[in-house]
Design a protein around this ligand. Structure first.
Ligand code: GKR
Ligand code: MG
Length: 393
């Protein structure tokens, strides 16, 4: 088995103007797709972050992977020494997809087998401005209303609010509104490190009985460690522990309870599985992080989640914000029912990529060749006095 051709395909898809503590999402989100072809004509896909830096990294490592065996991930990792984790992960997913298709087994089977056939996902709620599909949602009232819409559509049992957008007192009200509207739901709040320690203590104490965990309320391992001594809510992170080298310091400082896996950022599916084992050994919990993504990443996330026994939390995904018309799949978007997604079972990632849809999203990219995501500049188009102040409150 040999990789005989590699295509790197930048794509762009529409997103609503979702708010976060940094600013607002641009009209288009970008991703880089990897398409590997083997000597027998089989094809495997990977997906990773968009932007020119990642694109150049993917292009750079083409030459070392051409002619290699897609089943030999460890060898590829050595040959790609120095590759950014988000570059390696795209190749790794594509190699697993390709190998699975050639062998007739799924990626989750290649990763050791499924411990679950469906994955619980959280309903990822954002405050946002209005666009052609959504009314403005910048208050507790509109957030609860929109949560009801998503709940009716997908039956989520866990809701995550992207916070750090409104005054902290208003975000406390939002969580209380969601708690009243969804008494059974598990709730999370993630203000992306925008609060001071004092604010985080106030919010953490006010919501002590309402949240399953508080995600990245304050900056850094030290900040999280100090906060952890002052509130009783579990603390989760995808911002202060983002590399294997961060784990010892965070454990010594007793900084976090939950580390969010993300195969794009941690260097692939296998690396994420290793992280889950390390967390288990250290008595830490794992959950799954998400950023704007398309169907290939969704499928990879499902296969990964299916193989991690200690992944007891619902996995985050931005997938609900992808328009049906932007799905890359011939069958349309993967479904979320009762807050769960089926893990695809056919060979490889188990999804059927429609080449014409890929071409359409690539054409979108050519019209909107975004070099790197910039929520701050986008926010300044709406509010020229906006500055990326941290902490803001
Ligand atoms: O999409 O605005 C966003 C999120 O804030 C994303 O960029 C984060 O990476 O959702 C993510 C998180 O911090 O959990
Ligand atoms: Mg987060």
């Amino acid at each position: 088995m040999k990789i005989t051709n590699i295509d790197i395909i930048p794509v762009a898809f529409k997103e609503p103007p979702l708010r976060n503590s940094t600013g607002v999402h641009e009209e288009y989100a970008v991703r880089n797709l990897v398409k590997l072809t083997s000597e027998c004509g089989a094809v495997g896909y990977g997906e990773t972050l968009g932007g020119t830096e990642v694109y150049s990294g993917l292009e750079h490592f083409k030459k070392v992977l051409l002619g290699q065996d897609p089943a030999n991930i460890e060898r590829a990792k050595l040959l790609m020494h120095g590759a950014a984790p988000n570059v390696f992960s795209a190749y790794e997913v594509a190699m697993l997809d390709l190998t699975g298709k050639i062998l007739g087994i799924s990626v989750s089977e290649l990763l050791g087998g499924r411990v679950r056939d469906e994955v619980t996902v959280s309903g990822y709620l954002f405050y946002h401005y209005a666009d052609e599909n959504y009314n403005e949602n910048l208050s507790t009232e509109s957030m609860v209303k929109e949560a009801k819409y998503w709940f009716d559509k997908h039956g989520f049992t866990t809701l995550k609010v992207k916070g750090g957008v409104l005054e902290p007192a208003e975000e406390i009200e939002t969580i209380r509104g969601l708690r009243a509207a969804f008494p059974e739901a598990k709730l999370r709040l993630d203000p992306n490190q925008i609060w001071s320690l004092t604010t985080a203590v106030q919010v953490g104490r006010a919501l002590a009985d309402d949240l399953e965990y508080l995600e990245d309320p304050v900056n850094g391992i030290e900040g999280m460690a100090r906060l952890r001594q002052l509130i009783r809510l579990p603390l989760a992170t995808n911002m202060c522990v983002t590399e294997f080298d961060h784990i010892p310091a965070s454990v010594r400082a007793n900084a976090v309870d939950v580390i969010l896996l993300d195969h794009h950022h941690w260097g692939g599916l296998w690396a994420s599985k290793h992280l889950a084992v390390i967390c288990n050994t250290l008595g830490l919990d794992v959950s799954m992080h998400s950023n704007s993504h398309l169907d290939i990443s969704m499928a990879a996330m499902l296969h990964l989640a299916a193989t991690i026994p200690n992944l007891i939390y619902a996995s985050d995904t931005h997938y609900i914000w992808v328009n049906e018309s932007d799905s890359l799949l011939s069958t349309g978007k993967l479904q979320i029912k009762d807050g769960k997604m089926d893990v695809p079972t056919s060979p490889g990632l188990g999804i059927d990529i429609d080449g014409e849809k890929v071409a359409t999203l690539h054409a979108n990219f050519e019209q909107h060749p975004i070099e790197s995501r910039d929520d701050i500049t986008e926010m300044r188009q709406r509010n020229c006095s906006w500055l990326p102040i941290k902490p803001r409150w």
